[in-house]
Design a protein around this ligand. Structure first.
Ligand SMILES: N[C@@H](CCC(=O)N[C@@H](CS)C(=O)NCC(=O)O)C(=O)O
Length: 235
């Protein structure tokens, strides 16, 4: 029997662990897309709540009770509410270890897994956002040193193996594949082959194709609902 705080091996998991009632708050073409792809990869059982950010859904009083920042993604797991993409990703990946994407606590890759998941949110994202807005923060103050240092550190890791933790894919690759896809698209990261080849390899997975195709449809439906006059004028 696993103690509280200790991750159970797959064969020790009580059936209740996969009986979690998950409600996933999502908007198409947002940071929540990566989570949706991860949930697909995990074969997770969950209810998808689609919000229309363009129509102001995320600023509604009901949604602000879920995430006072008015942001997606958010996940309700029974009574527990989780915001922040990486927190949600770590939680759901731990709920579904049988998908083979979660280095468990005793896996020698666990520390590196946590490192590269958190590096995404704590260093990569702020570095890229500051770059996008031409904000130059002194390296001693910036939580990530410099943009160039972040890019070189990530590239050096991805150069070592086909996946961020080595030969085997993990939930971290779903994040990095998705992050590099977006940031390459908007010229926010250098188009080094190590980034482009990795992003192509990871995003070629059927989970990406399924979610991206579906959300293209959802996105145009939401655009039409939010801006009916603009759509009518264009047609
Ligand atoms: N730190 C948050 C950031 C979430 C975030 O910025 N979400 C954006 C979507 S990409 C959002 O909900 N934007 C809607 C808005 O600000 O109106 C996370 O990683 O979950």
């Amino acid at each position: 029997m696993a103690r509280i705080g200790q991750l159970a091996a797959p064969d020790q998991r009580s059936p209740a662990m996969t009986d979690h009632k998950l409600v996933f708050h999502y908007a198409p073409r947002s940071r929540a897309s990566t989570l949706r792809i991860l949930l697909d990869e995990l074969g997770a059982n969950y209810e998808l709540k689609v919000h229309n950010a363009k129509a102001g859904d995320l600023q509604s009083p009901e949604y602000l009770k879920i995430n006072p920042l008015g942001k997606v993604p958010a996940l309700q797991d029974g009574e527990t509410l989780i915001t922040e993409s990486i927190a949600i990703a770590l939680h759901v990946a731990d709920l579904y270890p049988e998908a083979g994407l979660t280095p468990c606590l005793t896996d020698p890759r666990r520390g590196a897994y946590l490192r590269w998941m958190v590096f995404y949110a704590a260093s990569f994202e702020p570095a890229v956002v500051n770059k996008a807005f031409d904000t130059d923060i002194p390296r001693q103050i910036a939580p990530y040193c410099t943009y160039d240092a972040v890019m070189k550190t990530l590239a050096a890791q991805l150069e070592k193996a086909p996946h961020i933790l080595g030969d085997q894919i993990s939930a971290a690759d779903i994040f990095w594949g998705s992050a590099l896809r977006w940031t390459l698209m908007f010229d926010l990261v250098p188009d080094w082959p190590v980034f482009t080849e990795y992003a192509e390899r990871i995003t070629a997975r059927p989970s990406f194709q399924r979610v991206l195709e579906n959300e293209a449809v959802l996105d145009s439906e939401q655009e039409a609902a939010a801006n009916p006059a603009r759509i009518a004028a264009a047609s």
